[in-house]
Design a protein around this ligand. Structure first.
Ligand code: N2P
Length: 430
């Protein structure tokens, strides 16, 4: 499907050369992050609302940094993109974003009508200097980072702590999200659990601690994890888990929901846990970069993505949870087969006992153990370098094996040649 989208995007790019840029909307989103049928529907809806035609060119990325670099360094003219919280902070700090105007004429403003109060307050906490993130970004999906695990091989107790990642019982069965920021955050929470309990440090302080000491501590921990890791993944971890190639995965809740449902159909039981030491929540939001060419269609796209029926379809297809606190969304994901949860923090006071999937919507008690990540500004390259060393050593281990094999072959060849020469000289002497 991804390939089909890229081909369509490429074809659209070629055809679009002759087209008026005001009739094109360039969207750049995470892969596997939308019900693709809504893209065409947006084109029809936009024309109905504004009387103007638009063609969507839809492209995808797997990691935030790829997207950021295309905009920051490449100055590409995407009209609407979907970065995560800490990247929104970085884009605000670098003046890369335009404010999102909410004037939709007669069209309802689905954005502000439905946004969950929890999401609004988390966006308020994003650090954008004098700018409030709610003015420059509109939430799309949100979720947690936790442990996805196979119930046949892993106990609930084992999955209740980040310590599981260095359990030798799971050697070569562990998949880790290739996201330096997310891994750093969970591991520093694990390593500082005693200080958190005693109140010596808060979760929020930990998310701002970019000291070399913190980086070294996480790097050391990850060096213990690394020999057990089967793969660092941006998107393929969920499939590895459903196929039982992996038993443990540091993953995002949306991939968890998708994998749990998919695995169930194959008779595999996957579960998702939020470790007791604490964890992070993340938020992805639509933004309009300053190089955008069609800001009008961009804001209508964001509004359309906030319409409750579109929200429900996107959640159904991707497994990720919308930022929408609309009553239709609450109703759509209420499911009596689950235990009641306190979701009042998200949907308002009436939602203090709702039967819903806790992987989609964590209970208030779980959310109380969570925190949100922040951009590190000038310290970011040190985080990236640490991550490179952690993953690179895997490469060096394999490189070491290859070098070893080559050296052994060279030595064997030298010995063989020497013996042959001797035999040869012996022959010549005869
Ligand atoms: C889905 C990507 C989800 C992004 N493939 C989570 N921040």
């Amino acid at each position: 499907m991804k390939k089909a989208i890229s081909i369509l995007a490429a074809a659209a790019l070629v055809c679009s050369c002759a087209q008026d840029r005001n009739q094109i909307l360039k969207v750049y989103n995470w892969s596997d992050y939308i019900d693709e049928t809504v893209i065409d529907e947006f084109e029809d809806w936009y024309e109905e609302q504004t009387g103007e035609p638009v063609e969507v060119i839809y492209q995808t990325f797997d990691v935030n940094e790829t997207m950021l670099s295309k905009i920051e360094k490449g100055k590409e003219d995407y009209d609407v993109v979907c970065p995560s919280d800490y990247i929104i902070e970085r884009m605000l700090a670098s003046d890369l974003l335009l404010p999102i105007d909410r004037d939709f004429g007669d069209t309802p403003n689905y954005i502000d009508d439905n946004l969950s109060p929890y999401i609004r307050s988390c966006f308020d906490k994003m650090e954008g200097g004098s700018k409030n993130a709610n003015d420059y970004a509109v939430g799309y999906m949100w979720g947690t980072t936790g442990i996805l695990y196979n119930a046949k091989y892993v106990t609930d107790e084992e999955a209740s702590s980040w310590d599981i990642l260095r359990n030798p019982k799971f050697a070569d069965k562990i998949f880790i999200k290739d996201s330096a920021r997310d891994v750093f955050s969970q591991i520093i929470i694990f390593l500082r659990q005693d200080d958190l309990k005693s109140g010596k440090v808060t979760l929020d302080e930990l998310m701002h601690d970019s000291s070399q000491e913190a980086l070294d501590a996480v790097e050391n921990y990850m060096k213990q994890v690394k020999p057990l890791v089967a793969g660092w993944e941006a998107d393929f971890g969920k499939d590895q888990m459903t196929q039982e190639r992996g038993w443990v995965s540091l993953n995002w809740s949306g991939d968890g929901v998708w994998a749990i449902e998919e695995a169930e159909e194959m008779g595999v039981e996957l579960r998702y846990a939020l470790p007791k030491e604490g964890f992070t929540v993340w938020f992805d939001g639509w933004v309009i970069p300053k190089y955008a060419k069609n800001t009008k269609a961009a804001k209508y796209w964001i509004n359309f993505m906030s319409r409750p029926d579109i929200v429900i379809r996107n959640v159904d297809v991707t497994g990720y949870v919308s930022v929408s606190g609309a009553s239709e969304v609450l109703e759509a994901f209420t499911d009596d087969s689950y235990e009641p949860l306190d979701l009042s923090y998200f949907f308002g006071p009436q939602a203090d006992s709702v039967c819903a999937d806790p992987v989609l919507y964590p209970d208030r008690a779980d959310i109380e153990r969570s925190t949100q990540e922040h951009d590190w500004g000038a310290r970011t390259p040190d985080l990236v370098a640490m991550w490179g060393r952690v993953k690179g050593e895997n490469a060096s281990a394999s490189t070491g094996i290859v070098i070893g094999v080559v050296l052994a072959a060279a030595l064997a060849f030298a010995v063989y040649k020497r013996l042959n020469n001797r035999r040869g000289s012996k022959k010549r002497r005869k």
